[in-house]
Design a binder for this molecule. Structure first.
Ligand SMILES: [Zn+2]
Ligand SMILES: [Zn+2]
Length: 175
C-alpha cells in the first residue's frame, strides 16, 4: 500500500491494455470533509482500484474503505459507519484538442490524483440527510429523548390553547 497521492497511468505501455493497479491510504483532502461541522474522517481511508486504457481513455474503477463519523439527521446521535463504496470514472490526459465531457478526470502528465477523485466522489454521495438506521424513530417531540427509550410521553399532548374551551365543556357536562 502506497502513501502517495496516486499512480502514474503511463507506467504501463498503453498498447498492452494491462490495468494499472493502485492501493493508497488517503487522509489529506478527505480530512476536509465535514458533516454538521464535524470531520467525517478522523483516520485515513483505503482506496484500491485500477485503471485500464481502452484506446481513447482510461476506465478507472475503485473502492473506498473507511469509517465515517456522522450525526443522525433524525435523532442527532453520533454514529460510526463503515464505508465500503465502489465508484467508476473516466480519466484522460489533459489536452487542448479534446474537450472532456461530464465528470471526466484529467490526468496531469499521466498522474491520477486519487485524493481529489475520491473526495469529489464522496462529496456527491453525501446527501442532505443521514440516518443512523433507516427506521430511526427520532426524538420525542415532548421530552426530547430518543424514542427508543420509550419515555412514555403522550405523542399527542393536548393543545393548551383549547384548555379554556375544554374547561367550559367540562363545566357544562357537570351541570
Ligand atoms: Zn437516528
Ligand atoms: Zn418523551
Amino acid at each position: 500500500m502506497s502513501d502517495t497521492s496516486g499512480p502514474n497511468l503511463r507506467a504501463n505501455d498503453p498498447h498492452s491494455r494491462e490495468p494499472v493497479h493502485f492501493d493508497c491510504r488517503l487522509y489529506e483532502g478527505l480530512s476536509e470533509l465535514t458533516w454538521w461541522g464535524s470531520r467525517i474522517f478522523t483516520e485515513p481511508v483505503r482506496v484500491r482500484g485500477s485503471a485500464v486504457f481502452n484506446g481513447d481513455y482510461y476506465d478507472v474503477s475503485y473502492v473506498i474503505h473507511g469509517t465515517m463519523h456522522m450525526t443522525c439527521s433524525r435523532c442527532l446521535e453520533d454514529v460510526c459507519v463503515p464505508l465500503e463504496k465502489s465508484f467508476s470514472r473516466i480519466a484522460m490526459e489533459a489536452d487542448d484538442s479534446i474537450s472532456p465531457w461530464g465528470d471526466t478526470i484529467l490526468l496531469d502528465d499521466g498522474n491520477l490524483d486519487v485524493a481529489a477523485m475520491a473526495s469529489a466522489d464522496l462529496l456527491l454521495e453525501m446527501e442532505g440527510v443521514f440516518l443512523c438506521r433507516e427506521d430511526c424513530p427520532g426524538l420525542c417531540q415532548v421530552c426530547g429523548k430518543h424514542k427508543d427509550l420509550s419515555c412514555g410521553c403522550d405523542p399527542n399532548p393536548p393543545d393548551p390553547r383549547f384548555d379554556a374551551l375544554r374547561k367550559l365543556l367540562d363545566e357544562n357536562i357537570d351541570e
